[in-house]
Design a protein around this ligand. Sequence first.
Ligand code: NBP
Length: 479
Amino acid sequence: AAANIGVVGLAVMGSNLARNLASREGNTVAVLNRSRAKTDDLVALHPEAGFVPTFSYEEFAASLQKPRTAIIMVKAGLGTDAVIDELVRVFEPGDIIVDGGNAYFPDTIRREKAVRETGINFVGAGISGGEEGALLGPSIMPGGSDESWVTLGPILESIAAVAEGEPCVTHVGHGGAGHFVKMVHNGIEYADMQLIAEAYDLIRRGTGRSPAEIADIFAEWNTGELESYLIEITAEVLRQIDQETGQPLVDVIVDQAGAKGTGAWTVQTALALGVPVSGIAEATFARSLSSHPEQRAVAAHLPGPEGEFTVDDVDAFIEDVRLALYASKIVAYSQGFDEIRAGATEYGWSIDLGAVAKIWRAGCIIRAQFLNRIADAYAAEPDLPALLTAPYFAEALSRGQASWRRVVIAAAQAGIPAPAFSSSLSYYDGIRAERLPAALIQGQRDFFGAHTYRRIDKEGTFHTLWSGDRTEIPAVDTH
Ligand code: NBP
């Protein structure tokens, strides 16, 4: 056996990951693809990689040193199950199957259980960073057993992105923990993108600045606390001129945002776990809203506010938007980390939230300077109840809140949608509220369904005889 690692699935992600692996000292990479052509092309185009091409699962297994380690990079879903079945057939107990695709974490939990019964290890590993990340260094979020990490850890550490000398990979937790964390990463990515889009829209419509001028603003922001890959590419996209029309490219792109479903998974999972991820949810719904042109065409006739929206002090407004963006971003990340913590509790994973923040510092789409602050916050207080209460973030929120409120007011008055900005502010006001109108909701629930309530001044559960004489009686808790 000549190879120490194998890759199955040689489309763009798999072939780039295979090249990344082959470029690291000590690795020899066996490759396999369902259809032969991709294997032939990859091997012919990259003789320097020294790939071991194989054309059947038997040949693939025979080419690998034990414990055999294979990374699957095929279209998530039935393709993944088909490849796992084949690998289980030709692998032996102790071997390791890694799914690097974008699997939905319940599938990973199911697959890990089923494969484990054969004695083979199964690792669901979220991989972020797109094509370029796969080739040059992605952020990798592996789950699976401790045993598989012994063999797999050094290999993944050798190909991951590096942030301040540390590889952007950690053994996230057992079972489906890796794909769960990758899912929330993508959800946070949705929120980050929506917040940036709202900032752009408000500045453009409030100040009349051109996309190229706004590109300069984002480039400037990218030198400060907002520094991140998404802010950086936003400037690039806004600066781009369409070659056909000479217009800013952003003005000729159809304004309907697509989605592959990971944002929706994050929100569905959060609903089931009872974790409010309102920033991610609004971002996901904003994409849905944009993608219903029939409804939008009809609703375009509905009235908006009277008069033009103009901003008196342009520089002050832009700074307000910057601070609102930062504050809303803190909320979105705080909510995302809440979801990871809740998922870990629900599924029995031990996840180090600070380590998660660290492996997102490079290689992935949400990479940002900001993540160091999150890692610091969890290092200082591992059981931090809510990220936004950590001293650094609390200070940033207190510094930004007046701006944040002005921006949300301006958006509402001008009739400009800012769902992620405004829902994040509502979350902030909700979480910090001394008393919430949830008390009234409990009263309503008790009225129509005898769902009972607790009192602030004594122990126990109570019910008011709403349809009787309205006296209060002790009740059995029916929650
Ligand atoms: P695709 O998602 O387009 O999948 C194409 C690959 O899947 C080909 O190798 C194809 O083989 C193979 N395949 C399919 Br389709 N059905 C199969 C089956 N039943 N049995 C065996 N092989 C099958 O490739 P990709 O864009 O490179 O992405 C790979 C994985 O990485 C996906 O899960 C994706 O979600 C994930 N991912 C992608 C990105 C990104 O930026 N693109 C980022 C992060 C993660 P064939 O050549 O014979 O058709």
